[in-house]
Design a protein around this ligand. Structure first.
Ligand SMILES: NC(=O)c1ccc[n+]([C@@H]2O[C@H](COP(=O)([O-])OP(=O)(O)OC[C@H]3O[C@@H](n4cnc5c(N)ncnc54)[C@H](OP(=O)(O)O)[C@@H]3O)[C@@H](O)[C@H]2O)c1
Length: 261
C-alpha cells in the first residue's frame, strides 16, 4: 500500500489505534486524529511500526464543524484512498439521568461529525471514482439500548447510513464497509461511566482482532463485518426479536449495579 493515503479517526486508543497500526504496517501514509493530545503519542508509536509511510497527527474535536474542517484541511488536497470513520463516544446510565451536554457530545461526535466527514471525503472519492470507507458502527445499532439509549441509537444511525451510502455508490469504485464490533476491550466503557455494569465488567473482544477483521472486510469491499461468533449470533437473533424484548435484555447488561463482582 506504499504511496496510498489513509485517514483514521479516533486513532489514539482502542479499535482506532489498532486500525491505524494495520495501515502503518501495510505501508499507508497516515493522517490520524483524536480529540486529546495523546494522538501525538499514538502517532509516535505508529511511526515505529515496520513498513510505515509518513504519519501525521491532528488533535481536533470531530464533534465540531471546525474540527472536521481542520482534519479535511490537514489532508492538503491529497487523494484519500481510505477513510476510517471510527471516532466515537459511549454514554451509560438512564437517559433522563444523563447530562444533556454529554448526550449532545455523543450525538455531535457519532452522528453529526462523522456524517460531515464522510460527506466531505465521500464526495472527493466519488469524483475520483476511487476509495474505501470503513465506518465503525456496532452491533449495538441493532438493539434499543436501555441504559445506553443515545449511544445505541447513534450506532443504529451509522449502521444504516453505511448500507445506504454503499448502495448509492454501487456503480462506482468507492466501497463502504460497516465494522460492527460487539463489546471490545478498550477505554470505551470507562469513558462511558459503565464500569458498574455487566457489559462493562465481563470479558470482551481484543481490539486488534476487531480491527484486523474490519480492515480485511474493507479491503475485500464487503458490506459489513460483525466481529466474533458470539456477536454474529447475537446480531442474527436481534434481527428476529421484538424491539421491546431487546430493550429488556439490554437492561440486564447495561443497568448500573449489574457489574460482575
Ligand atoms: N469498545 C466497544 O465495545 C465498541 C463496540 C462497538 C463499537 N465501538 C465503536 O468503536 C469506536 C472506537 O471506540 P473504542 O472502543 O476504541 O473506544 P476508545 O478507546 O474510547 O476510543 C475512542 C476514540 O475516539 C476518539 N474520539 C472520541 N470522541 C472524539 C471527538 N469528539 N473528536 C475526536 N476524536 C474523538 C477518542 O479520542 P480522545 O481520547 O482524544 O477523545 C479515541 O481515540 C467507537 O466509534 C465506538 O462506538 C466500540
Amino acid at each position: 500500500m506504499a504511496g496510498q493515503f489513509a485517514i483514521v479517526t479516533g486513532a489514539s486508543t482502542g479499535i482506532g489505534l489498532e486500525l491505524a497500526r494495520i495501515c502503518a504496517r501495510e505501508g499507508f501514509d497516515l493522517l490520524v486524529a483524536a480529540d486529546e493530545s495523546d494522538i501525538h503519542d499514538a502517532a509516535q508509536l505508529l511511526r515505529e511500526e515496520k513498513g510505515t509511510g509518513a504519519v501525521e497527527a491532528l488533535q481536533a474535536d470531530l464533534a465540531t464543524t471546525e474540527g472536521v474542517d481542520a482534519l479535511y484541511g490537514a489532508a492538503q488536497g491529497r487523494s484519500i484512498d481510505v477513510l476510517m470513520a471510527n471516532a466515537g463516544r459511549g454514554l451509560g446510565h438512564a437517559f433522563l439521568d444523563q447530562e444533556w451536554s454529554r448526550i449532545r457530545d455523543v450525538i455531535d461526535t457519532n452522528i453529526t461529525g462523522a456524517t460531515y466527514l464522510i460527506h466531505k471525503i465521500g464526495r472527493d472519492m466519488r469524483s475520483r471514482n476511487k476509495g474505501r470507507v470503513l465506518i465503525t458502527g456496532s452491533i449495538a445499532g441493532f438493539i434499543p439500548g436501555s441504559f445506553q439509549a443515545v449511544y445505541n441509537a447513534s450506532k443504529s444511525y451509522l449502521n444504516s447510513l453505511s448500507f445506504a451510502l454503499r448502495e448509492e455508490l454501487r456503480d462506482t469504485e468507492v466501497s463502504v464497509t460497516c465494522l460492527m464490533p460487539g463489546a471490545t476491550e478498550t477505554e470505551f466503557f470507562a469513558r462511558a461511566d459503565m464500569l458498574d455494569t455487566d457489559v462493562g465488567t465481563t470479558d470482551k473482544d481484543d481490539p486488534a482482532m476487531v480491527a484486523r477483521n474490519g480492515f480485511e472486510a474493507m479491503m475485500k469491499g464487503e458490506a459489513d463485518i460483525v466481529t466474533g461468533l458470539k456477536n454474529k449470533v447475537q446480531s442474527a437473533v436481534a434481527n428476529v426479536t421484538p424491539a421491546e424484548a431487546l430493550a429488556k435484555q439490554h437492561r440486564e447488561m447495561a443497568e448500573p449495579g449489574t457489574a460482575k463482582s
